[in-house]
Design a protein around this ligand. Structure first.
Ligand code: SF4
Ligand code: SF4
Length: 259
């Protein structure tokens, strides 16, 4: 498909590519409808992110000099994937572990396809891997797909430090930086976590098997990561599967918890 300079056509092409790759994936995992959003590369919230929360976080221009826009997308798992992981309080379901591995590969395919097909149209694009792009000591990411999703208006942080979209938090995020303009629809900030809305939910805290979450403190990243590492040992035959997701089982799994 040849693209012209119309940013609306380009947006349609990008969204269509993500949807097509998900529909064609021959994964065990099933997905609900992907979400795609765009944000300007010079949005001041990128600088705020580095200044306030993650001083080592890259700017879009660090990833792609001359960046104009950032694409953020979310691939929400189908209901049965989450339901499988809800069966046991501690044991991580094989379905959830497989979903993590398969979806990371799917995100890599989507990203590669976007970069190559946009290059055919003279548009440069760049991306970071879907996972393990964090500092091994601090466990803080230098390109957080989750934070990008918030800036792009796809979702908002929940008490569990995951991102809740309008299709919930159970799924995975990817992002791509490009040097072309895209139509930006400034999404209004929206609360999707019941705890932050009216204090009426603590489900994720109660479900965390290692007490890594607390109402009054930031997530205990080291404690959470030890748990992920221990799960990875159990599923090492699948790949590097540092997963848990017990905090993603609750009223915000499949939709915003605030209606
Ligand atoms: S489980 Fe409840 S408190 Fe935790 S993030 Fe979801 S809505 Fe918020
Ligand atoms: S991923 Fe698991 S260990 Fe980490 S905060 Fe969530 S429930 Fe706790």
């Amino acid at each position: 498909m040849m693209l012209n300079n119309d940013s609306t056509e380009l947006a349609k092409f990008i969204t269509g590519t993500v949807q097509h790759e998900v529909a064609e994936a021959s994964n065990i995992t099933d997905y609900r409808e992907p979400l795609v959003a765009f944000v300007e590369a010079d949005d001041p919230r990128f600088a705020d992110l580095r200044r306030v929360a993650q001083p080592t976080h890259m700017m879009p221009d660090d990833l792609l000099p001359g960046a104009h826009s950032v694409i953020s997308f979310f691939l929400p798992f189908d209901y049965w994937v989450v339901e499988a992981n809800a069966q046991d309080r501690e044991e991580v379901a094989r379905e959830w572990a497989e979903a993590y591995v398969e979806t990371n590969h799917l995100i890599e395919r989507i990203t590669k396809h976007l970069i190559e097909s946009l290059a055919d149209q003279g548009i440069r694009a760049a991306a970071e891997p879907p996972t393990h792009n964090f500092d091994p000591i601090s466990l803080v990411s230098h390109w957080s797909h989750k934070s990008i999703a918030v800036i792009a208006g796809l979702g908002s942080f929940g008490l569990h430090h995951m991102i809740i979209t309008d299709s919930g938090c159970a799924g995975r995020f990817g992002s791509v930086v490009i040097d072309a303009d895209l139509p930006i629809s400034a999404a209004k900030p929206k609360e999707r976590c019941l705890y932050f809305h009216d204090g009426s939910c603590l489900e994720c805290i109660l479900r965390c098997p290692v007490d890594a979450l607390d109402e009054n403190d930031p997530i205990d990243r080291q404690r959470c990561y030890r748990r992920l590492r221990s799960v990875a040992k159990r599923y090492e035959h699948l790949d590097l599967v540092e997963v848990c997701g017990k905090c993603a089982i609750g009223p915000c799994s499949f939709e915003s918890a605030v209606q």
